[in-house]
Design a protein around this ligand. Structure first.
Ligand code: PRP
Ligand code: MG
Length: 212
């Protein structure tokens, strides 16, 4: 029988809640934690554990049919990918932050400044809209350290509890977007798997209603 392929985050913030929502949908997954692929016993579904940032490309190529992913990742590198369902968990912001000691007035203060980020497209389009030109330094993690080591004047990253900013003596000054986990769909999904997707969505919708 045909199975629908779903990508979920391999490790990190979305992983646990993503598996939980599948479980709440009555889908049991035979999980070897270190396996990159797993199957369900009671729903025609295969799970692929992938890196967040790779998921948009896998959807685009039709390697997976659907994914549970942060909206922020789709905004950064998957604007062409359709969202079928907002899932209500893993809420966060993508924000600009500067050292606490800086007297911040407006977004114009970023003019000519060096900003460290893993979200270059998001920052660029935000600043472009505000008519501000800055110098982006793309790094893939631990972004908040950048101002402390003299690599940048400011950062743009995910803010959830705010504790990473706090610990690194930074303050949030611009919220660029609000994000949560979503169910995203490959443009290449087959008709057969679209039917499976509809079944899954039906279950997800009732789980989300029950959670309210
Ligand atoms: C993420 C993100 C922020 C932090 C925000 O980093 O990049 O640094 O979480 O969460 P908070 O507001 O609750 O502190 P993560 O720990 O996932 O590691 P990474 O930056 O190395 O990917
Ligand atoms: Mg981080």
């Amino acid at each position: 029988m045909k199975k629908i392929k779903i990508a979920i985050q391999k490790s990190g913030r979305l992983n646990e809640d993503s598996l939980q929502i599948l479980k709440d949908c009555g889908i049991s997954i035979d999980n070897g934690k270190d396996q990159l692929k797993a199957s369900s016993r009671n729903f025609p579904l295969e799970v692929f554990y992938l890196r967040n940032g790779d998921i948009p490309q896998y959807l685009r190529d039709g390697v997976v049919d659907i994914a549970i992913i942060g909206e922020n990742v789709l905004i950064e590198k998957g604007q062409d990918i359709t969202v079928a369902e907002k899932l209500g968990f893993s809420k966060c912001k993508v924000s600009l932050a500067v050292p606490k000691s800086v007297k911040y007035q407006s977004v114009k203060d970023f003019e000519g400044k060096r900003i460290a980020t893993s979200y270059p497209n998001t920052v660029e389009s935000y600043l472009k809209e505000k008519g501000v030109k800055a110098d982006l330094h793309i790094i893939s993690g631990s972004v908040e350290i950048a101002p402390n080591i003299g690599l940048a004047d400011a950062i743009c990253d995910i803010v959830s509890s705010g504790s990473t900013l706090f610990k690194n003596n930074l303050k949030e000054v611009e919220i660029m977007l609000h994000s949560e986990a979503v169910l995203a769909v490959s443009p290449e999904i087959s008709e057969e798997n679209t039917l499976l997707l509809e079944k899954l969505r039906f279950r997800i919708q009732s789980v989300l209603r029950a959670r309210q």
